[in-house]
Ligand binder design. Structure first.
Ligand SMILES: Cc1ncc(COP(=O)(O)O)c(C=O)c1O
Length: 429
């Protein structure tokens, strides 16, 4: 046998020799500091977490792949198709070979369309060099915070907050100063509360109105007070207005309407929700020329411009008929009222009335501590696995007695979801 294997020696020996050399190499590399999984990453990536809404989406996708019929109140995106005239503009752009790099901040025609739409709807007074078009509102927010917030700078963030705010601030090295709001006051933030949270290190305040997750809206009068405060204290006000066209009562207001305070205001806008364009990745910022220039500089070293064809589609959205926006808003309002009615019929659940966006944020504290459900993460998980209803736990938004439901779904799904939730919560009682 040994003799039979002798012929392998010339083959094996060099191979073993190579392996030994490789192992030696590894050893010496370790001595000189070869990366391990512990030290391979930059410190800043450890400061952020995967978005909780993305985690929920992934869990739901697993169940769906196993054949589960889910009612999905998880994802924060319109169930409508992008309107025809917007799609046509993108198709025309492709056919016309409008498929090359463009200037980083967006083509002049688009920036003109952004400022004119905003001026028409909110009475603002921006010039095209005071806006930058970005790959979604999220990138506008990310870039604004990257260019403004330094290590140790404080950023005031009302709670509950949209999941990404805190991570984006932390990624820049900033310190998040959480500012709780009152559920009894519809989670609305006030100028007085903000004033109490300001310190010499405060760099910016983030305001999201209508808000994700609670749908709360800051009134015109309160926003005016907050704007005055920011100006008096030399602080930037970052207004995330991604849902500004989805307000159900009163007259929507933008930070950009306060033209005298322009130097302190950065408006973040998005076409995602307004025009059912989440996958197109189309957003923008409006702000002081110097801030916009810094954001464009940063963008020039990362994504460059957004996709050329998306820019053409965005022009069609902003300059075309706005009837689609009115129609979608009318449907969201019906969906909101029906889901509130449904939640109201479940014993133990209470819910504020959202004044905008397309989320409800019911209080589920009556069910915590029962049948082993300790927190909203566990509750959302059981709701998903036992009732096949997707929601996002309030833990992700900084409060611990709520779950978030997006009602940007069909009317049939709202009806089915209500039935499933009724049965599920009855089983917990
Ligand atoms: C409050 C808020 N801001 C910004 C965004 C990002 O939107 P976009 O799709 O424009 O990046 C979202 C998306 O859900 C949001 O809820």
């Amino acid at each position: 046998m040994a003799r039979d294997l002798r012929f392998l020696f010339p083959v094996l020996f060099p191979t073993l020799h190579t392996l030994a050399a490789f192992a030696n190499g590894l050893r010496s590399a370790k001595i000189v500091g070869m990366p391990t999984t512990a030290n391979i990453f930059a410190e800043r990536i450890g400061r952020i977490e995967v978005s909780a809404t993305m985690a929920v989406t992934a869990e739901a996708a697993k169940l769906r792949a196993q054949g589960a019929q889910l009612v999905d109140f998880g994802a924060g995106e319109p169930h409508f198709a992008t309107p025809r005239h917007i799609k046509d503009a993108a198709i025309a752009a492709i056919e016309a070979n409008f498929t090359r790099y463009t200037v980083v901040a967006g083509i002049p025609e688009l920036r003109k369309a952004i400022v004119e739409r905003h001026a028409c709807d909110f009475g603002s007074d921006y010039t095209p060099d005071e806006t930058v078009f970005t790959t979604g509102g999220k990138l506008a927010l990310f870039n604004a915070i990257q260019v403004l917030v330094d290590h140790g700078d404080e950023v005031i963030l009302p709670v509950p907050y949209w999941v990404s705010f805190k991570d984006i601030i932390q990624y820049a090295g900033g310190k998040v100063v959480y500012l709780p709001t009152e559920e009894a006051a519809n989670f609305r933030i006030t100028a007085d509360a903000i004033e109490r949270a300001i310190t010499p290190r405060t760099k910016a305040i983030i305001l999201n109105s209508p808000s994700n997750p609670a749908g709360s809206v800051v009134s015109h009068a309160e926003l005016e007070r907050i704007v005055k405060l920011a100006r008096a204290r030399g602080i930037f006000l970052l207004l995330d207005e991604c849902y500004v066209y989805l307000q159900y009562g009163g007259c929507p207001v933008s930070g950009g309407s306060f033209v005298d305070a322009k130097e302190h205001i950065i408006v973040i806008g998005s076409l995602s929700k307004t025009y059912a364009m989440t996958g197109w990745r189309a957003g923008f910022a409006l702000g002081p020329k110097a801030v916009i220039a810094a954001m464009s500089k940063l963008q020039s070293q990362s994504t460059s411009s957004t996709a050329a064809i998306v820019q053409k589609a965005a022009i069609a959205a902003l300059t075309g008929s706005q009837t689609c926006v009115t129609e979608m808003r009318a449907d969201y309002l019906k969906l909101r009222d029906r889901i509130l009615e449904g939640l109201g019929s479940i014993p133990g659940i209470t819910c504020t009335t959202p004044e905008g966006a397309f989320y409800v944020y019911p209080n589920v504290s009556a069910f915590l501590g029962k049948t082993g459900v300790e927190n909203t993460t566990e509750l959302a998980s059981r709701l998903l696995h036992e009732a096949h209803v997707v929601t996002v736990p309030g833990d992700a938004f900084g409060t611990h007695e709520h779950i978030r439901l997006s009602y940007a779904v069909s009317h049939a799904d709202v009806e089915e979801g209500i039935v499933r939730m009724k049965n599920f919560f009855a089983s917990l009682s």
